[in-house]
Design a protein around this ligand. Sequence first.
Ligand code: ARG
Length: 437
Amino acid sequence: MKLWGGRFKKGESKLMEDFNSSLPFDKRLYYEDITGSIAHVTMLKNCNIISEEEGNAIKKGLEDLLSDIEAGKVLIEGTYEDIHSFVEINLIERIGDVAKKLHTSRSRNDQVALDMRLYTKKSAIVIKEYLEKLVNTLNKVGEENPYIMPGYTHLQRAQVVTFTHHMKAYVSMFSRDIKRIENAIDILDESPLGCCALAGTTYNIDREFTAKELGFKKPVDNFLDGVSDRDYLIELSGDFSIIMMHLSRLSEELILWSSKEFDFILIDDEFATGSSIMPQKKNPDGPELIRGKSGRVYGTLISLLTTMKSLPLAYNKDMQEDKEMFFDSLDTVSKCLIVMERIIATMKIKKESMKKAVKAGFLNATEVADYLVNKGMAFRDAHKVVGEIVLYCEESSKAIEDLSLDEIIKFSNLFSQDIYEFINYENSIKRGIKKNM
Ligand code: ARG
């Protein structure tokens, strides 16, 4: 069943019909397609393009179809070309020929552009809510665990930080992601309805009305661009890729921290799995899957950029390829954000192990150098002196704070009793990152 055919002598081949059909994946736009159509038909009626009676009959038919779909009484399936054909043909079957007036002054080109923008805007708001929930949990878990831990560069123990500070690094990242999503929503928030196929319409329509009715800030400025713009999908795919990159970095840390080598956290049993052969194993599958899924989300970004590249104005069927990829990214990012929030909320933080790692890592070496600088030594000289102290400590298996004053003074006579107070880890935190919390 099709919405076209008058100018064809032969029917479409079954092969082409299958190849062309987008219903299996654009059926998720049914709500947007029907609400968009209701706004359109209301406008047609208000502008006297169709009669009041016709408008009311079409609107009622669309509302009934929507509630039947939502109640599971109508299934979206069959040999329809797309969701737009499905809705219109069903409407004709329900209310008769008057339904054929719905498509006055509209094309599937502005219709699909509208449906996709509405769906994307709604979904981006949900992603933002998931991000906000994750940010709250990271803040809470961070604040509840203000313990010292090693901070790393090059994955080598570097300086002491707190678990709170570490969690708040991710709070900063995901807070930027929220701003990026808000910005993308703000840019896409314009209605393409009324652009028609590519060049507007000869009818005296009211695009301001439909834009307002559907919750957009305004109608798009340009018809050709309105039907062929998919920037917002690319932009959000970029934003999703950055979210996945952040989630993947966090996942990587959780995977490392939950290993026996680090032993800083315990991932809750609910988000780990076992091995079918090695009975002792508990694998961090939750974070591993999140890390792995970043690949498919990056793939969407490249795929959409490539699909859109070189397309002449205005609509081209290539654009149908935006849907499966984008929907997959949307679903993937949603699931990953939800799962990560639960992993963070349920994991246990091993305060003592983190403290042990701090002590074993000479994480106050920079502070020892700062101490000497405060006593008048040039930093470069202090750096050398402390390097020698670390070497000595390694050979005698001691931490710097475990050296006696007699031992440490051999490296520089600027050392005195107050060194111990100065290089105490908690004091370093107070002087350093505390200012940044
Ligand atoms: N399924 C199409 C898409 O996703 C809908 C628009 C069809 N327009 C057309 N002129 N054939 O892009």
